[in-house]
Design a protein around this ligand. Structure first.
Ligand code: TLP
Length: 352
C-alpha cells in the first residue's frame, strides 16, 4: 500500500507544536534512568514533577501526555457530573478539545465572551456564577487561558489573574489555568511564572510547544488535587510506564528552553510588522505580545486559502483558523533569517 507522507514546509509557522527536540534532549532521553511510573518509581518523571511543582510554586505536579489531557484531568478532578465550568467562548478547552469534559465528565461548560486581550470581563464571570437553585447546574470552576491562543497569544497579567482567583474563591469556585504557553506569558512580562498562577488552584503547562520537548505536559496543584488527577489520568488510559524517556526531554525544556522564548517573541513582532503594511493584510502589530500572529486577509484577488497555499509553495507554512483568518507561530528552529524569507514570500504573493 502506498503511504502519502506530507513534507513539512521548511519555514514551518503552523504551530510551535512542530518544534523538534534539541540535541541535549536526545542525549538526555538516551541516558534517562527509568522505572515504572504507574508505581511512582520512575526517577526521571519524579524529578521532572518536582521541578515543575517548584517552578509553579505548587505542592505537587503530574506528568501527562498532552495539554488536552492535562486540562481534561484537571476539569474531571475539580468538577462532578452536572457541575458547571465557566470558560471563555474562545477557550481551547471549549473549542478544540472535543468538549471532552462534557463527553467524559458530564461537566456543563458555561461560556463567557473572551475580550480581544484574552481576558474574561469580571462582571461577565460574576454574572455567570449560578444562584443556589435546583433548576441550575452547580457553578464549580473558572478556567482562564494564558497565553490566549485564539486571541493571538495575548498574555494575562498577575494582577488580573489574582483578581479572578479572588472572585472565584469568594463564591466558593476554584480556578484552573490552561497555561499551555504560560512561560511565554512570564517571559513576555518579565515576571516569575509563579506570579501568574499563585491564586490558581491548578495549572496545566506544555513542554511540547515553545519549550520544544517532543511530548508531554504537567498539571500542578495541591497534593490532594494531584492525587485525584492521577486517578483521572489512569481511567483515561494515561498511566505510562518508563515515561522517564520522554520526561528527560522535559527536564531540559524547563532548565534550558525558557529564556530563549524572548527570541520567538521578537521574531513574531518583526513578522507582524513586516506583513502588516502589505496589501490585504489585516493586522495591528502592536497587539502581538508573544509568539502567535493572527491576521485577516481582505484582498481583491487572494483569499485566505489561496494565500496559505501560495505561501506553502514558497516553503512557508501557516495555519488556517477559519474564515478570513490565518495564524503564524514562531518557535525554536525559526531564526531571524527565516522571518525575512517569510516576509519576502508574503510580499511576492500580495504585491502585484
Ligand atoms: N493547541 C494547538 C492546537 O490544538 C490548536 C496549537 O497548535 O496551538 N491549550 C492551548 C492554549 C493550546 O494551544 C493547546 C494546543 C492545548 C491546550 C492542547 O495541547 P495538546 O496539543 O498538547 O493536547
Amino acid at each position: 500500500m502506498t503511504q502519502f507522507t506530507p513534507t513539512p514546509p521548511r519555514i514551518d509557522l503552523r504551530s510551535d507544536t512542530f518544534t523538534l527536540p534539541t540535541p541535549a534532549m536526545r542525549e538526555a532521553m538516551a541516558n534517562a534512568d527509568v522505572g515504572d511510573d504507574v508505581f511512582g518509581e520512575d526517577p526521571t518523571v519524579n524529578r521532572l514533577q518536582a521541578m515543575a511543582a517548584e517552578r509553579m510554586g505548587k505542592e505537587a505536579a503530574l506528568f501527562v501526555g498532552s495539554g488536552t489531557q492535562g486540562n481534561l484531568v484537571s476539569l474531571l478532578s475539580h468538577c462532578g457530573r452536572g457541575d458547571e465550568a465557566i470558560m471563555g467562548d474562545q477557550a481551547h478547552t471549549f473549542i478544540f478539545e472535543q468538549g471532552g469534559s462534557a463527553v467524559l465528565g458530564g461537566i456543563h461548560p458555561r461560556t463567557v465572551r473572551n475580550q480581544p486581550d484574552g481576558t474574561l470581563a469580571l462582571n461577565d464571570i460574576e454574572n455567570a456564577i449560578r444562584a443556589d437553585n435546583e433548576h441550575f447546574p452547580v457553578s464549580r470552576l473558572v478556567c482562564l487561558e494564558n497565553t490566549h491562543n485564539r486571541t493571538g497569544g495575548a498574555y494575562l497579567t498577575p494582577d488580573y489573574t489574582r483578581t479572578v482567583a479572588d472572585l472565584a474563591h469568594a463564591h466558593g469556585l476554584k480556578l484552573h489555568i490552561d497555561g499551555a504557553r504560560i512561560f511565554n506569558a512570564a517571559v513576555a512580562q518579565n515576571v516569575d511564572v509563579r506570579a501568574l498562577v499563585d491564586g490558581a488552584d491548578s495549572v496545566t503547562f506544555c513542554l511540547s510547544k515553545g519549550l520544544s520537548a517532543p511530548v508531554g505536559s504537567l498539571v500542578c496543584g495541591s497534593e490532594d488535587f494531584i492525587r485525584k488527577v492521577k486517578r483521572a489520568r489512569k481511567v483515561l488510559g494515561g498511566g505510562m510506564r518508563q515515561a522517564g524517556i520522554i520526561a528527560a526531554a522535559g527536564i531540559i525544556a524547563l532548565s534550558e528552553m525558557v529564556e530563549r522564548l524572548a527570541d520567538d517573541h521578537a521574531n513574531a513582532r518583526r513578522l507582524a510588522e513586516g506583513i502588516a503594511t502589505l496589501p490585504g493584510i489585516e493586522l495591528d502589530p502592536a497587539t502581538v505580545q508573544t509568539n502567535i500572529v493572527i491576521f485577516g486577509i481582505d484582498h481583491p484577488a487572494i483569499d485566505a486559502a489561496a494565500l496559505q497555499s501560495e505561501l506553502r509553495r514558497r516553503e512557508v507554512g501557516v495555519l488556517s483558523i477559519g474564515g478570513r483568518q490565518l495564524r503564524a507561530v514562531t518557535h525554536y528552529g525559526i531564526e531571524s533569517g527565516h522571518i525575512d524569507e517569510a516576509i519576502a514570500a508574503f510580499a511576492d504573493i500580495l504585491v502585484s
